[in-house]
Design a protein around this ligand. Structure first.
Ligand SMILES: Cc1cc2nc3c(=O)[nH]c(=O)nc-3n(C[C@H](O)[C@H](O)[C@H](O)COP(=O)(O)OP(=O)(O)OC[C@H]3O[C@@H](n4cnc5c(N)ncnc54)[C@H](O)[C@@H]3O)c2cc1C
Length: 475
């Protein structure tokens, strides 16, 4: 009898180097399944847009093999069990996930399926290394990135598996919802994303080609320059698994070998280091299950934040009067993406200048980022806030104007996203309030009207943040 395996797809919407699919397809017939959780938020998130088009791309790829992708909605455990019983499936395969709730759900699913004599297998599909087995000499999780990084480099990254040679569907018809019935595109603010992105496996490969023929050559030297396209912009594809991290790693290693150019190799190694930052975030999520909600440094649990809905609103809408912060927040709203340097600046501004809890920023990013990923997002926020295990110290407070002068010298990035400042000479672009009245008039800017005055004064806000920090340091 031919084996029948249901392959559960989650944030791994691809067919290449998908271990669960690969093993299932190589041992019998498959039924690829995607289940949309019942909506827990009132509004759809930006990432739902990516999910929709990734599924569309996946569906069309499977159809080339006459394999239907089954779409369902609702409670995952009951849906999978019912489908397995209805189709008399022998097995359910999926790739591992890393957050506490996801792991708990997968465990419950495995228990119920096994109780019904259905084989269950979980595979590592999302990491380069087996992060569960990496421990320091005291058999504890590494707390410092550099040590973790060096340790990873002693291991061989897993090799990508490629696409299964054969894919054969279950020999029976199974009903499916349509993609639109998943109701992923209910919101209205992200229809603009299609101007900037092509989600899915095909788009991922194109974006990767573009990067390795262009930005990668200057990645190490120019990745913080906001006016250059030296970063990969692979993050949304990686977040929903349109492309495998092991494929990216292997492809870089091949480039190092083929090009045999030590200068280029350095640029590539700098990129690979970022991929290991991603591993480190997953590692932390596994090691500290409350990573996404609680400050890892426990003294920060006593930090005196000042929740303020007006400040939070101004930050979300890019109306703080700090041009680099506003540019970043508007880029995020318009495109679902923000450059890493600007993420650090806007996050620092929210947490330190405005004294808002980092969790507020985490939630907004979850809602608006196409590349939202719980582990990376938590690490980013905890790093900037100084609350993480290996993070920037709290007292290092970015000056948003100086950050702009450094990484967007002529204000090109700012002028793109804050068009009301487009006519302001570069000299004043990072602090419009310092421009003489005549210059502001010439640039058609009325501060407090066409563009906000700074919502807080940098020096005062900095001093206040340090005061709060000193209070918990003593505690
Ligand atoms: C406050 C804050 C929140 C963040 N939230 C997210 C998030 O939800 N999802 C997300 O993918 N990244 C997040 N990051 C990390 C980083 O900003 C993005 O991964 C990066 O900007 C994505 O752009 P890219 O693909 O062009 O990056 P590249 O520079 O081209 O890097 C390639 C890949 O390496 C990984 N990577 C790069 N930088 C980091 C980093 N600092 N930490 C972990 N992995 C990294 C990502 O997978 C990225 O796609 C956050 C950073 C901060 C400061």
């Amino acid at each position: 009898m031919i084996k029948k395996t249901i392959v559960l797809f989650r944030n791994d919407l691809r067919v290449d180097d998908h271990p669960a699919l690969w093993h299932a397809a190589n041992t019998g017939t498959i039924l690829p399944l995607y289940i949309q959780h019942d909506q827990t938020h009132e509004q759809n998130s930006a990432q739902d847009y990516w999910t929709y088009y990734s599924l569309q791309n996946l569906q069309s790829t499977f159809s080339n093999y006459d394999v239907p992708l089954i779409l369902r909605k609702g409670d995952v455990i009951s849906q999978v069990l019912q489908l397995a019983l209805d189709t008399q499936a022998n097995a359910v395969y999926f790739n591992e996930r890393f957050s506490q709730t996801e792991r708990a759900e997968d465990e419950r699913l495995a228990n119920i399926l096994q109780a019904n004599d259905i084989e269950v297998k979980a595979f590592y599909g999302d990491t380069l290394f087996d992060v569960t087995s990496i421990r320091n000499q005291q058999n504890k999780p590494y707390a410092i990135f550099t040590s973790f990084y060096k340790r990873c480099l002693q291991e061989q990254a897993r090799k990508p598996l490629g696409r299964p040679a054969n894919m054969r569907a279950f020999p029976i018809n199974v009903s499916s919802l349509t993609l639109d019935q998943l109701q992923l595109l209910n919101g209205n603010w992200y229809s603009k994303f299609r101007n900037y992105w092509r989600p899915g496996m095909d788009g991922a490969l194109d974006q990767w080609e573009l990067f390795i023929k262009g930005g990668l050559y200057d990645y190490k030297d120019k990745r913080d320059d906001l006016t250059k396209e030296t970063i990969s912009k692979m993050s949304p594809f990686i977040a929903l698994g349109n492309i495998s991290i092991r494929f990216l790693w292997a492809s870089c290693q091949e480039l190092i070998e083929v090009e045999a150019d030590p200068a280029f190799a350095q640029q590539i190694e700098s990129f690979l280091r970022q991929l290991i930052w991603r591993e480190f975030s997953i590692y932390q999520l596994l090691s500290y299950p409350s990573f996404t909600t609680l400050s890892l440094r426990s003294n920060f649990q006593h930090f005196e934040w000042e929740p303020n809905s007006l400040y939070l609103h101004a930050w979300k809408k890019g109306q703080t009067g700090y041009p680099l912060v506003d540019a970043g927040m508007r880029e995020l709203w318009e495109t679902g993406y923000m450059h890493n340097r600007v993420r650090m600046v806007v996050a620092s501004f929210l947490v330190k200048h405005l004294l808002q809890p980092w969790q507020e920023g985490y939630d907004w990013f979850e809602h608006t980022l196409l590349d939202f990923n719980a582990a990376n997002n938590a690490m980013g926020w905890q790093w900037v806030s100084g609350t993480g295990i290996d993070s920037a110290p709290y007292f290092r407070i970015f000056n948003p104007s100086l950050q702009g002068e450094k990484f967007d010298i002529d204000g090109i990035y700012i002028k793109k996203w804050v068009p009301e400042l487009a006519n302001l000479p570069s000299k004043y672009i990072h602090a419009p309030q310092t421009a003489p009245t005549a210059i502001l008039e010439q640039a058609n800017i009325i501060l407090g009207d066409t563009y906000p005055l700074p919502i807080v004064d940098h020096k005062t806000a900095r001093a206040r943040a340090l005061e709060r920090y000193n209070a918990i340091k003593k505690a």
